[in-house]
Write a protein that binds this ligand. Sequence first.
Ligand SMILES: [Zn+2]
Length: 540
Amino acid sequence: MKAEKILVIGWDGATFDLIDPLIKAGRMPNIAKLMERGMSGPLASTIPAVTPVAWTTYMTGVNPGKHGIFDAFVLDRKASAMRFVSASRRRVKPVWSILSDRGRAASAVNVPVTYPPDKVSGVCISGMFTPPAAEDFMHPPGLQEELTSRFGRYLDSPAMYPDPERYLESLLSGVDWRADLTIHLMERAPWEFFCSVFMESDRVQHFFWEFRDPAHPLYAKLHDAIEQVYVRLDAALGRILVHAGENAAVAMLSDHGAGPLKTAVFLNKWLIDEGYLTVKADLQELFTPRKSSALRQLAGKVARAVLPDSLRKARVKKKIEHINRMNDLFCQVVDWERSTAMSDGVSGGIFLNTDGLDAAGRAKLVAELKEKLLALTDPATGQKPFEAVYEREEIYFGEAVSDAPDLITVCSPGYGVIVPHEFLLYSQEYLDSVFVKHKWSGRHEKYGIFLLAGPGAKAGAKLTNMAMADVTPTLLYFLDEDIPDYMDGHVAVEGVEPETLRERPPKASAADMASNGAGEAYSEEDELEMAEGLKDLGYM
Ligand SMILES: [Zn+2]
């Protein structure tokens, strides 16, 4: 048996830790039915378990060492600047482009890091990391006017509000809005592969985890905010499934899981203290501490939420220019000649300066940093914040490996890393200590979700060993398509009916890995706009 078409629904950051109890309570009947009908299990994310890296491994079927996306930011050491990641850095074709090239009708809606949009046979709407001012984030051209007239201004995820109750409302209505949009696009033209991603699960987990604590003053009002979003996602799933059709397979995935976050480790502060990172000036003198009061921050957020678009843009532009200057200054104040290590991005990567070091010297530096980082202890809790530190060659392979940070740290439960830019924006408080309270209360965990139901899927099968790179080979198998031989992942055969597997074993075929060239990188204006969006989300 094979599927005529396949629907893929993504819930960013969704975890069975939250879904299983909701299924038991009867509050997520639609995903429960899919799990009964097909295979399901935890899905191991990439290292690091962050959105741009993991979704790109999903769509390409390869490890980051081949696709070249390692973080939300890219450090350009020559230009002394930080750049946002974009699909133009992706070195490998996404599954919807592979299928389009083979003459099948394929669409991708709101998948992170798909700007500029891929020129697929169906529709492609870029997801997170799309510049808010971009005009060209939908393919084919003309789709945007059509959708705007029907659904209003397109948002890759709901706008932030300073008031958590209002923000929760916008997340819940955002789920409904995206379900309507997804159904409209599914009905608009015939499709054989259709992928739509919802971001609300990730957002609610980052910002609402703290309300699960019975000691929190808003516990009574908001303790089940995350569950409310999951339940709404399940209802949306039920509505979408009505439009999937009889012979469709349905797959679901998330790019990582979620759990509580308490403490941030400021890696660059630690590197400075340990003598690995040297800055050219006294940061505390160079940058006026910008400890804005909670009231001022609130006023800024309110203004952003209620001002008309044009006024809002003018107002934030000045602020964003400041952030961008700070980012560039961060790169410029690092005295790279006199430094051996620095961290960048949101993912705990560390770049080494190995100029003048031979292989033995580099190995010694790597071993020393690993040992020290693994021994580091949080004085407040006695806990070790890092559970693993990898050299890039231990976890990545392929032609893009040299673009990766030299070391990748993995935080222990409850810990996260701080984006380095912060120490310029809020220099005083962050220069005081390696350990500070993180501004998010939820973090990413290693295991997301995967499930697939439909013709040939084994009912009730439990997957125990599924990783992000296995998703696309598995989807291609269910569409009876050859799997490109360069892919690192494998078909989830333990979830396939034995008879189907005998009739139709997975087939690999030689294929060209190169991306179809998504297009140009961001303009300076785009960078400013994106900085604003990411700042809202707390990435900066
Ligand atoms: Zn994510």
